[in-house]
Design a protein around this ligand. Structure first.
Ligand code: FAD
Length: 477
């Protein structure tokens, strides 16, 4: 009888909660449940008790209050791309922002405001209608929320800085259900923490960014060299980027040509090194300035083109399909890119268990590097390069060798690193040591902001900053 009463009171409180929402409340018995609980990484298979598909800030407030009142585990899902699967949970409530994707460009003030569930494709579409862009990520289906809150780096990083450097303000629902504006002049401590401190401080229902003239046509270099020529190509690459202007945003990617239409059949399965770059200035100038990257050796294919910026932003989308593949991604900042570093990367690429896996070195510096490490929560900006280790595979039984490969690759590269990792590529978020290391001297201040805005750690499914942490406890390692 007692359990019947508690079952019916639970049903009543869920019904009452559903009544407060403008959006749908999806439960395990609903036909929409399986689709609603899914995130981008096919390795993540979690079963929340409730998924609230919010329609606005008022829905988000209702969700935060319900989770806090009932002691429910709370996940916040923006674009659902977090590799560790922080956008969902087992047994708790998911605040799903995927129905909140409105975007509005203010041409007069060169700003854009977008809702918390928008993707970069949503922003690029609206801003490029006016030849403008906010610096985002390099895959258009990624959510703006998680990417921005984690710092965010993409094709415009050297020209216009990290994504969070371009954030002007944010509307935030905090753990006590308040709706706050965070900006340089309002709740400035919260605004500082949001720029790199992850989803620790509340649910951002809308982001306002600074816009820059970009495109609409841009010059892209994409020469594809045989992997055996790595040493020669990377020696030339290093020289090229050493004195490159801020408009040049380059990366070197070790990859395997996939068996997909668009790639010549005789090259399918070939291991290659691509020196990709965007010139974020006039396309005609870019075609000339990027030419040396295409002449580092004899390319077997050249994907270089002058193309719409929106097309460049979507160029990698087909290789990272949602839900179909399993992913384990780690990333660390490199102190240099000498031949020893390059040899080590190449050796690890040769031993990859899955031909879908890849490694990429992004050239940093420029506008990104000029921001003081204490100006935003992201921490030090001085590293010249970022290494990304992307293990991608399909079959569940291949999980163990692929995860082990990525972890071992990462461990081997740590001796070339600055000690700082990129929290937007957190593996499964299993090693809290990296949270403290990533924030460096900003960590203690982040703990203080966390204590102020989320003392009970309601928002903990993220690269968590524990409000109980102290320098002595050192839970961040
Ligand atoms: C294919 C792919 C390409 C990528 N490319 C880049 C890249 O070019 N540059 C880069 O910097 N990163 C890149 N990333 C990493 C990406 O930035 C992170 O995975 C990020 O967490 C994704 O954000 P999301 O909103 O899609 O994820 P989600 O899984 O929805 O959320 C990620 C985290 O943010 C929190 N969160 C989500 N929405 C909100 C919100 N509105 N308010 C508060 N907290 C919220 C979640 O709780 C979770 O902790 C890429 C990832 C993928 C999968």
């Amino acid at each position: 009888m007692a359990s019947q009463t508690s079952t019916s009171s639970r049903a009543n409180s869920i019904q009452e909660f559903a009544g407060k929402l403008h959006g749908e409340l999806i439960q395990p018995s609903d036909p929409a449940y399986d689709e609603a609980r899914r995130v981008w990484n096919g390795m993540i298979d979690r079963r929340p008790a409730l998924v609230a598909r919010c329609r606005g800030a008022a829905d988000v407030v209702a969700c935060v209050k319900f989770a806090a009142d009932h002691g429910l585990l709370l996940a916040v899902r923006g674009g659902g791309h977090n590799v560790a699967g922080f956008g969902t949970c087992d047994g708790g409530l998911v605040i799903d922002l995927s129905a909140m994707r409105g975007v509005r460009v203010d041409r007069e003030h060169l700003t854009v405001r977008a809702e918390g569930g928008a993707t970069w494709a949503d922003i690029d579409r609206e801003t490029q209608a006016f030849g403008l862009a906010a610096p985002g990520g390099i895959v258009s289906t990624t959510g703006i929320a998680g990417l921005t809150l984690g710092g965010g780096q993409g094709w415009l990083r050297r020209t216009h800085g990290m994504t969070c450097d371009n954030l002007i303000s944010a509307d935030v629902v905090t753990a006590d259900g308040q709706v706050l504006v965070a900006s340089e002049t309002k709740n400035a401590d919260l605004f500082w923490a949001l720029r790199g401190g992850g989803g620790n401080f509340g649910v951002v229902t809308s982001f306002e960014y600074r816009l820059h003239p970009v495109g609409p046509m841009v010059a892209f270099a994409g020469p594809v060299y045989p992997m055996e020529q790595t040493a020669q190509v990377m020696a030339g690459f290093r020289d090229f980027v050493a004195d490159a202007p801020d408009e040049i945003n380059a990366s070197a990617t070790w990859w395997t040509i996939p068996a997909l239409p668009g790639f010549p059949e005789d090259l399918h399965g070939q291991a290659v090194l691509i020196t990709g770059a965007l010139f974020a200035g006039p396309a005609t100038e870019g075609e000339v300035r990027l030419m040396p990257l295409r002449q580092l050796a004899e390319p077997i294919l050249d994907l270089s083109a002058t193309l719409p910026y929106t097309a460049l932003q979507q160029i990698f989308d087909p290789f990272f399909p949602p839900g179909q593949l399993r992913y384990y991604w780690k990333s660390l900042y490199l102190a240099g890119l000498g031949s020893e570093v390059v040899d080590e990367i190449e050796a690890w690429i040769h031993s990859r268990p899955s031909s879908l896996s890849m490694a990429s070195v992004w050239v940093l510096g420029g506008a990104l590097g000029r921001v003081d490490g204490g100006a935003t929560a992201t921490g030090e900006r001085g590293a010249p390069y970022l290494l990304e280790i992307l293990a991608n595979w399909a079959a569940p039984e291949e999980t163990e060798p692929n995860v082990t490969w990525a972890r071992s690759f990462f461990a081997a590269m740590e001796r070339f690193g600055t000690g700082k990792t990129n929290l937007n590529f957190p593996g499964l978020g299993e090693d809290p040591r990296f949270v403290r290391a990533a924030f460096g001297r900003n960590y203690e201040r982040l703990v203080e902001v966390k204590r102020e805005y989320d003392p009970a750690n309601l928002f903990r499914l993220n690269q968590n900053i524990d409000p109980r942490d102290t320098a002595e406890l050192g839970t961040g390692g």
